[in-house]
Design a protein around this ligand. Structure first.
Ligand code: UGA
Length: 436
């Protein structure tokens, strides 16, 4: 099929490349000239395993093109809106200006019967509003939320665990959308991927409800970590034990420095803001607590570090291992790891930070920080080591390997990703979160 993808950030670039890999003819559109140049040359503008290969193959096959000109979207049967919906400045609500601009920019190039498919995460009610804007062109609007995880984005797009179609109310329009999307996602559907076909409001809500649930699960276990810290319990053992209950499940029960990234934090805030607009603020008031618990954990890591530094971080050398909000990503948006580095730096510590992929992005946001080119360089002469992103290379570090490099054998494991016993037996002071 001929597809256009408006917005070539995380979501759009991966979606465009994945759709081309499935045999579709795809044009990706973005206003960012540098991004389009990189993508056109088959280079990924951000770190995502598997994406560079997919981009190169797509561009070489001729089935994947990128452009800064929305006119190049003309002629596609399906147009995906994949622009960002960041948090609004000075508010917790979502900023819809990019979605609105993408739809407005597309209007002159739409033909009767074209399908415009929103993939961006939006406040409930957005699709209904946009459908009216699109209607005069004879095109049909639908909403098809995306559930990809950074680090697994390619796999999640090519083989999603479910598909959700938010269909328009008119039966004939709904049928047209269904037929088109079934063709777009034929590969996934033939392997038995579950499909939920529903209305606009449900489709929009599915996305934010899923992220709200995941955020709540993480903050729940971090709340248990807080209780563990004052009772001598071990939150990792607690998570294992409750996780054996299949109704609870062990995934997303890793206590630590908390969640970050471009999705979970802003999505729960936008959801709470939208619920308030709808007069139902109390229904998701708990999300504010979820947010507070989450943000407290960043400070907790800093407090533990200061405690281990003898009450003051001033002029102490601190190695911060990890800056990305999670491993296998160079994304530092709302990153707990980066926050910890910034907070310690603000307390006067001599922070040397290292992330396998995120140094450059962190430096752009916080040029006052100092960066190392390797974990070994970061920990050299350190009075304290903090691990805040559980990259594989950090989990593989051994106490024996680091001991000769540091000034003091003290490690704060902000992700509970190291073997506490092994580090303690090797003579280190090991501090986890929610663990004795
Ligand atoms: C999240 C959702 O998982 C995706 O399903 C969704 O599509 C995406 O947002 C989105 O809205 O686009 P992502 O932001 O890539 O995906 O990251 P997650 O894997 O959900 O991790 C979020 C944060 O939670 C990370 O900082 C991670 O370190 C933290 N986390 C995760 C924990 O602290 N504990 C856990 O047990 C799991």
């Amino acid at each position: 099929m001929k597809l256009s993808v408006i917005g070539c950030g995380y979501l759009g670039a991966v979606h465009a490349a994945a759709m081309a890999s499935l045999g579709h003819d795809v044009v990706g559109i973005d206003v960012d000239q540098a991004k389009i140049e990189a993508l056109s040359a088959g280079r990924a503008p951000f770190f995502e395993p598997g994406l560079p290969e997919l981009l190169l193959a797509g561009v070489e096959s001729g089935r994947l093109r990128f452009s800064t000109d929305t006119a190049d979207a003309a002629g596609a049967a399906v147009h995906f809106i994949a622009v960002g919906t960041p948090q609004k400045a000075g508010s917790t609500a979502a900023d819809l200006r990019y979605v609105d601009a993408a739809v407005d920019g597309l209007l002159p190039y739409l033909s009767v019967g074209d399908i415009v498919v929103g993939k961006s995460t939006v406040p409930v009610g957005t699709a209904e509003r946009l459908a009216e804007i699109v209607a005069p062109t004879g095109a049909i609007l639908a909403w098809n939320p995306e559930f990809l995880r950074e680090g697994f984005a390619v796999q999640d797009t090519v083989a999603p665990d479910r598909l959700v179609y938010g269909l328009p109310p008119a039966a004939a329009d709904a049928e047209a959308v269904r037929t088109a999307l079934d063709e777009v996602y034929a590969a996934a559907l033939t392997t038995g991927t579950p499909l939920v076909a529903t209305g606009f409001a449900t489709a929009e809500l599915v996305k934010v409800a899923a992220n709200a649930f995941l955020a709540t699960k993480i903050s729940f276990i971090n709340a248990m970590a807080e209780i563990s810290e004052v009772t001598g319990a071990d939150v990792t053992e607690l998570a294992d034990a409750i996780g054996y209950d299949a109704r609870i499940g062990r995934r997303f029960l890793n206590a630590g420095v908390g969640f970050g990234g471009g999705c979970l934090p802003k999505d729960i805030r936008a959801f709470a803001a939208r619920a308030e607009e709808l007069g139902r603020g109390e229904s998701v008031a708990f999300l504010k607590e979820v947010d507070s618990i989450n943000l407290r954990r960043r400070q907790r890591v800093v407090d533990i570090a200061v405690e281990e530094l003898g009450g003051s971080a001033y002029q102490k050398r601190v190695a911060v291992l990890g800056l990305a909000f999670k491993p296998d990503s160079d994304d530092v948006r709302d990153s707990p790891a980066l926050d910890v580095a910034v907070l310690l730096n603000g307390l006067g510590a001599r922070v040397l930070a290292y992330d396998p992929e995120a140094n450059a992005n962190a430096k752009r946001l916080h040029p006052q920080l100092h960066f190392a080119a390797s974990a070994e360089e970061a920990v050299a002469d350190a009075d304290l080591v903090v691990v805040v992103t559980e990259w594989k290379e950090f989990r593989a570090l051994t106490p024996e390997q680091l001991a000769p490099l540091v000034a003091a054998k003290v490690i704060v494991d902000g992700r509970n990703c190291l073997d506490a016993t092994a580090w303690r037996e090797a003579g280190w002071t090991y501090r986890g979160l929610g663990r004795p």
